[in-house]
Design a protein around this ligand. Structure first.
Ligand SMILES: [Zn+2]
Length: 342
């Protein structure tokens, strides 16, 4: 018994030792496994360690969060819109134009340009006139030396469309099949100084014109009345998106653009708007009377391009869409007539 007991005890001890060994081995294996599992972790840790250094960087943009993200989306759309601003930005210094512009005589470095509405009652041109005048007289775009005003004629409609010194008189009538739908007649001193200006619209053709063509025609003739020449005289080329460009696409060219106003700024070196003051006419009464007599004599005449007297009128230019004539007067003045053909 003792022997068997000893054996069993011995086996038990062996078993215990083996079990302990097994347990020890199992623990070590577990530890190793744990260590093995942990060893890959340190490798990401070093990668995590630089992250904290990035963290402050991520905090920095948080100081100006709106500045960094916003330029990215905003710059992209402006690239899509660049055609418009670049057109305006590239134009200011060199303004494309045909011929030199004509300047109104200024008084004390400023120009109070008055438009007189002598259109017929319920005229088909009145909306176009009001809209075009509003566009041309924009005080934010005009040179500071110029103030434009639009008034109705003080008297009732004058069928003769009377030219007046220092004014742009706007008229309409059924002038018949004269070939022109709009004309600007300019009375010039020394060839390039405007003294008076007439704008006429021919209702004979106006009845068949849509609102876009009327607006284009009106904006164009007022531009001549102000003193601007054509920007381009090719009807078939790309539109310049201003009404001094010749075009068949009236809807694209119904308004003045930045380049038209830049031309005016180049012509009229501005005085500060705060220094502007009411300036009356500086012309003495006798000079004004003589001038009015000339205006009545010459500018009041309506011109039919079918029968224009080429011995009196010198041809400046002709095309399928426009004709420009000039006639010199004995007193040193001259008249320029710019016709937009129907
Ligand atoms: Zn023209």
């Amino acid at each position: 018994m003792n022997k068997t007991n000893n054996v069993s005890i011995h086996r038990l001890l062996q078993c215990n030792q083996k079990c302990r060994l097994k347990k020890k081995l199992a623990r070590q294996e577990k530890k190793n496994n744990q260590n093995n599992n942990r060893t890959p972790k340190p490798t990401p840790r070093p990668t995590r360690t630089p992250r904290p250094t990035r963290a402050p960087r991520t905090q920095r943009p948080s100081r100006m969060p709106s500045k960094r993200p916003t330029p990215v989306p905003t710059t992209r759309p402006t690239r899509n819109r660049t055609p418009r601003p670049t057109r305006n930005r590239t134009i200011p210094k060199v303004v494309p134009t045909i011929g030199g512009h004509d300047k109104w005589i200024m008084k004390e470095d400023q120009l109070n340009l008055i438009f007189l509405d002598n259109l017929s009652k319920d005229s088909m041109w009145r909306d176009a006139l009001n809209y075009s005048f509003k566009n041309w007289s924009n005080p934010h775009l005009l040179p500071s030396a110029i103030i434009m005003s639009l008034y109705p004629m003080s008297t009732n409609l004058d069928q003769d469309c009377p030219p007046l010194p220092d004014k742009i008189v706007v008229c309409d009538d059924d002038y018949g099949s004269t070939k022109w739908k709009g004309v600007n007649l300019m009375y010039l001193n020394e060839d390039t100084r405007i003294v008076a200006s007439l704008v006429k619209f021919n209702n004979f053709y106006g009845h068949d014109m849509d609102a876009e063509e009327k607006l284009y025609t009106c904006c164009h003739e007022l531009g001549h009345g102000i003193g601007l020449r054509h920007w381009d005289e090719d009807f078939a080329n790309q539109d310049m998106y201003n009404c001094m460009d010749y075009t068949n696409n009236h809807a694209n060219n119904m308004f003045p653009d930045q380049s038209n106003f830049q031309a005016l700024r180049n012509m009229y070196k501005g005085v500060s708007r705060r220094n502007l003051k009411a300036v009356g006419t500086t012309m003495d009464k006798e000079k004004e009377r003589l001038l009015q007599r000339d205006l009545d004599k010459y500018l009041s005449q309506s011109i039919d391009l079918n029968t224009i007297d080429l011995e009196v009128w010198k041809v400046i230019e002709t095309s399928d869409h426009d004709e420009v004539y000039q006639r010199r007067l004995d007193n040193g003045y001259s008249i320029r007539a710019s016709f937009l053909l129907a």
